[in-house]
Ligand binder design. Structure first.
Ligand code: VGL
Ligand code: ZN
Length: 215
């Protein structure tokens, strides 16, 4: 059981966007490959175990208004996965997903113990892959919560490796946290961007390990 080794003072767990719309198991609008019921089960079990060891759990939650800038349906003539420029920023066109208060936005894992949820992507004009701040630079509560709780090391896993996990991890490194990624509890949108995301995170000093069968 690898998890025991990480149950240290000052360690927190960020579970990124484990939401119905990102999973095959719930026939989500933006289902990430490999997000079947066994995957969700594995994330649930790991999260429960880490919480049981006393680690605080921070869930991020994509939480978009229907008029969100990232939805291709709000940009006539575009199609899913197309990249467009908006006011100089690159924006991927996504199917409408994680709409506030919809079933698709629901977080699929639960854990007893200290858990908090940080919502992101609420501003219709800015996307927000990172749990720390959106593309317009507006900060969420995440960093403040972590500091309040005395966290300086993070375990991170969830969806999607090449988008929200990557952005959250890189912002965490920037903010001075030591980060360990449990790659077996992550899934990516596409293989090539996922591979590059893992390389980029490693290059920034992130430890890429596994929850199951690491040591
Ligand atoms: C995500 C695309 C759009 C993610 C969120 O959670 O990785 N990806 N919104
Ligand atoms: Zn989104």
């Amino acid at each position: 059981m690898g998890a025991k080794a990480f149950a240290a003072e000052g360690t927190g767990v960020i579970v990124v966007d484990l939401q119905a719309d990102f999973t095959e198991a719930k026939s989500g609008a933006l289902a990430v490959p490999g997000t079947d019921a066994p995957y969700i089960d594995a994330v649930e079990k790991a999260t429960r175990e880490l919480a049981q060891q006393g680690l605080p759990i921070y869930f991020t939650q994509d939480w978009h208004p229907p008029e969100h800038v990232s939805f291709y349906t709000n940009h006539p003539g575009t199609e899913p996965l197309q990249m467009i420029k908006i006011l100089g920023r690159s924006q991927v066109m996504w199917p409408p997903h994680c709409i506030q208060n919809s079933a698709g936005a629901e977080i699929l894992v639960t854990a007893a113990g200290s858990t908090q949820t940080v919502r992101k992507g609420l501003d219709p004009d800015f996307d927000s892959y990172s749990g720390f701040a959106d593309d317009g630079g507006r900060r969420t509560d995440l960093d403040r919560l972590l500091r309040r709780d005395g966290i300086n090391k993070l375990i991170v896993y969830g969806l999607a490796t090449d988008y929200c996990v990557k952005a959250t991890v890189l912002d965490a490194v920037d903010a001075g946290y030591r980060v360990r990624l449990f790659v077996d509890l992550c899934r990516g949108v596409s293989p090539d961007t996922t591979k590059r995301a893992l390389e980029e995170m490693k290059a920034q000093g992130v430890t890429v390990g596994r929850f199951h069968g690491d040591e």
